[in-house]
Unconditional design. Structure first.
Length: 204
């Protein structure tokens, strides 16, 4: 039986304090998911909707329904506007064209994903279904081209143009989008009272 690796196990990890590196790490995880989809096509044809296929389908769905969507939002809502703002007062035609093209690619990828998701939902539920090789190939190839453009054009430009303060703001927005608490989101803890009722004495 062909072993289907569950996706999302990339060795590269990055935190919100380095948002551009985190976006690059997300690209590797997308490639993990695409590799799983490609392996799933012959597995379903040969082995049917077995437990491994169900688990792989569920994991891929979970990723593209959540993390991949967050990734697109990170770029469209935070990174692209920050880049355009950094070029305010300058001729940013090429930058506007690039971000518009990448946004259009996001919409096309999301349309392709919805078609694949309908089949994966059947597989995850244990229902007999087959993934179309041409649809999977189209989706994975589109993502490969999209990632290649972001790695060669978008992220290098962001590293050149964005200040540390802008990157910090993007990282904070990414954190909040995922519901990860930040120090600025936590309420201040009340100062515990001294046993006698007097304020705490300063530490020595």
């Amino acid at each position: 039986m062909m072993r289907i690796e569950l996706p999302g196990q990339s060795g590269l990890t990055a935190g919100f304090e380095v948002p551009l590196e985190m976006l690059a790490a997300c690209h590797l995880r997308v490639q993990d998911q695409c590799a799983t989809l490609l392996r799933l096509v012959p597995h379903l044809a040969a082995q049917g909707c077995d437990r491994q296929a169900q688990q792989a389908a569920a994991a891929v769905m979970r990723y593209f329904d959540t993390a991949a969507r967050h990734h697109h939002d990170d770029e469209e809502r935070d990174l692209f506007p920050a880049l355009l703002e950094s070029m305010a007062g300058s001729d940013a035609v090429c930058l506007r064209e690039m971000t518009a093209a990448l946004t259009a690619e996001h919409r096309e990828l999301e349309r392709c994903w919805q078609a694949l998701r309908a089949v994966l939902a059947q597989v995850a539920a244990g229902q007999a279904a087959l993934l179309a090789q041409d649809e999977v190939a189209r989706f994975t190839e589109c993502y490969e081209r999209h990632i290649a453009r972001e790695e060669s054009e978008l992220l290098p430009m962001a590293r050149r143009l964005l200040s540390d303060a802008e990157l910090d703001r993007i990282g904070l927005a990414m954190r909040r989008r995922r519901g990860v608490a930040d120090d600025t989101d936590r309420p201040a803890l009340p100062t515990p009272a001294h046993p006698t009722g007097a304020p705490n004495a300063p530490a020595a």
